[in-house]
Design a protein around this ligand. Structure first.
Ligand code: SAH
Length: 437
């Protein structure tokens, strides 16, 4: 337990939140829909943070070895397509045709690919677009503006993604790993540790599936009236996992998101946000990739004393090192960096910490950074709650006054445990997955 945690457990923070739409709709893969009240949190049993032999929170960087996901066209760079076509004994342009179906029509059904010769079509498509994600559950809230998906991977590993409609954009929060090895005590994903890295195609498939769902009209809410076909416009790597701990596959996925069709999804790199706990060497590498994604650093404390507790990876790379790397990212890419800061009552929300944060950011220049505080979302077993509203406002005021653009992040999906830090596989998910073939 971190040292300056409040002594008496505060009331569950979720009570303090007023959902826009308390009703949660669930669709199971079985097709059964149900309406049920919001879950009551936090659970009483709590959880034990995993510790290493030295008694410190365990960090898992290497992915446990499991059977590889089936090889998919989207795991390959476009330069590798020719060799794959040769392997399959088809002309290279066939791969482009198949890719176009997947990346722009969001289908992997050979029956819909009538531009391919009927002979051998099924085998060709099976070899290039093997199924990667099986939908287990779908939870909706915000009157249909937010949908959380639970996906089963080929080996039974479970991951989630969250689709959110905002005015003028549709954002998908994607997972990059099944579980997470970073062990942050306020984040539910860390509880079960790291199951495995996701492949590039598994990461991309979340976007393709989301686009398919949008096209089917299942994401309700207001639409833009400009006639443009609707699809995911923004990606945030804020689902399960530490994206920079799965670097090669993350980059393959990001490049493909940004590549024009048929080699990719044709998205704008600046609409893709990569969020990290602060793996400094990987931040430096990312800055040299010439893919100007938006970069976000999960800081959560400006002082090492507290950050050591909140972000165990701080034992490797300290606050100043992480901030230096973030500043370097700005210098190399010209992209303004985001600092994420979950406001936790009486833990990290003190006025002096806002001042110290502003000082550390201003020390590194002006105009290169903005701060995104987010009131803590409750997680099972944790006594931590979100900061009080007046404390949040004071935190923002101090940063703003020091010249740091600061906006409290809108948080979505709390009612369906789909908000930041709440993505974790529950027993109910496991049961639903076991019933899904
Ligand atoms: N591993 C990456 C990305 C996943 S988490 C990272 O840590 O940045 C996405 C964001 O949600 C991070 O800023 C993370 O610190 C934040 N987060 C985690 N748990 C949270 C919680 N309970 N409430 C609010 N934000 C949380």
């Amino acid at each position: 337990m971190p040292t300056d945690a409040p002594e008496t457990p505060a009331r569950p923070a979720e009570d303090a939140a007023t959902p826009r739409d308390g009703a949660v709709r669930e669709t199971r893969a079985s097709g059964i829909r149900s309406t049920k009240p919001r879950q009551v949190r936090p659970k009483t049993e709590g959880w034990q943070q995993q510790k290493g032999p030295d008694g410190r929170p365990l960090l898992q960087f290497a992915s446990p070895k499991r059977g590889k996901p089936p090889a998919h066209l989207a795991d390959l760079a476009a330069e590798e397509w020719k060799a794959r076509a040769e392997e399959l004994g088809v002309p290279a342009f066939r791969l482009k045709q198949v890719a176009r179906h997947w990346f722009t029509r969001w289908t992997s059904d050979p029956a819909e690919m009538t531009d391919l010769p009927a002979a051998g079509r099924d085998e060709l498509v099976a070899g290039l677009l093997p199924p990667l994600l099986t939908e287990v559950r779908r939870l909706e809230t915000d009157r249909g503006d937010t949908i959380k998906f639970l996906w089963k991977l080929h080996d039974g590993a479970l991951v989630e993604s969250v689709l959110m409609r905002y005015p003028g954009r549709i954002t998908l929060c994607v997972s990059s790993q099944a579980g997470c090895g970073m062990n942050c005590p306020f984040c539910a994903t860390g509880q079960a540790g790291l199951t495995r890295n996701m492949s590039a195609a598994e990461i991309l498939a979340q976007v393709v599936e989301a686009n398919r769902v949008i096209a089917s009209g299942a994401l309700h809410g207001k639409r833009a009236d400009d006639g443009t076909p609707e699809r995911v416009s923004n990606i945030v790597f804020m689902g399960m996992g530490e994206p920079l701990a799965n670097y090669a596959r993350l980059m393959r996925a990001v490049r493909t998101m940004a590549a024009p069709a048929p080699e990719g999804l044709g998205m704008s790199a600046r609409n893709i946000t990569v969020s990290t706990v602060g793996l400094v060497p990987a931040i430096r590498k990312l800055a040299d990739e010439h893919v100007p994604v938006t970069f976000a650093l999960s800081l959560h404390a400006p002082d090492d004393g507290l950050r050591d507790e909140l972000i165990p990876v701080n034992s490797r790379w300290k606050v100043d090192e992480a901030l230096d790397a973030a500043r370097e990212y700005f210098e190399k890419t010209g992209r303004r960096v985001s600092i994420e800061y979950a406001l936790i009552k009486d833990m990290n929300d003190h006025g002096w910490r806002a001042d110290l944060l502003a000082e550390k950011l201003n020390e590194r220049g002006r105009g290169w950074v903005h701060v995104n505080p987010i009131p803590l979302n409750p997680t099972p077993g944790s006594i931590w709650t979100a900061s009080e509203v007046d404390v949040q406002q004071e935190f923002v005021r101090r940063l703003t006054e020091a010249g740091i653009p600061t906006t409290i992040r809108d948080t979505r999906g709390k009612e369906i445990d789909g908000a930041c830090g709440q993505l974790v596989v529950t027993e109910e998910d496991e049961r639903a997955a076991a019933a899904t073939r």
